[in-house]
Write a protein that binds this ligand. Structure first.
Ligand SMILES: [Zn+2]
Length: 184
């Protein structure tokens, strides 16, 4: 059975001319969100622009979606600070209008993911898992075979709904409001 990312690649072939992006994972609860993002990008770009469009990487980081792309070899470089869960964005020099339009769509989707349970797609919020646990021993984490959770000094940050935070593991505790990304 294809996973969420395979579904995405098959559904939007014009945006994935080189196939599945490497080192990528799409959480099941965000499939509809990223599917819509790709539909919006697909409608925005011309055929010739689509030839230069690349999805570089899709993943989860600090509980939120990350969608990295390039257009005509322009790309935003983003660094995730491990200690704080904050991001540093380095925009390309003289980005084209089209690059900026796509970038706005991506930022909106990434912001939405931070309030969307990555397991089921229902409304969620950021939680931090503390204590000892094994990813493979938890039902929730077995949905994600890749190492998508990211370590923070005090635990693992994930965006989950009430159902999935309680079903995930007894070690889940409390909630966490990450510092705002410096996206704007
Ligand atoms: Zn959920």
């Amino acid at each position: 059975m294809p996973d969420s990312l395979d579904y995405l690649v098959a559904t939007h072939p014009r945006l994935f001319l080189t196939g599945r992006p490497s080192n990528s994972h799409l959480s099941p609860g965000w499939t509809a969100l990223v599917d819509k993002l790709c539909t919006d990008i697909d409608q925005l770009v011309s055929d010739s622009e689509a030839q230069t469009f690349r999805v570089i990487q899709i993943k989860e980081k600090f509980g939120g979606l990350r969608f990295y792309f390039s257009l005509n070899e322009q790309r935003t470089i983003m660094l995730d600070a491990v200690n704080h869960g904050t991001r540093i964005r380095v925009e390309p020099e003289n980005p084209s209008d089209q690059f900026n339009s796509i970038s706005r769509l991506v930022k909106t989707a990434e912001a939405t993911s931070a309030a969307t349970c990555e397991v089921c797609g229902e409304a969620g919020r950021m939680r931090v898992l503390t204590g000892d646990f094994s990813i493979s021993d938890k039902g929730f984490f077995t949905l994600n075979e890749d190492k998508i959770a990211q370590p923070l000094p005090n635990g693992w940050l994930k965006c989950l709904c009430e159902d999935h935070v309680h079903g995930a593991a007894s070690a889940w505790a409390g909630h966490f409001n990450p510092e705002e990304d410096d996206d704007e």
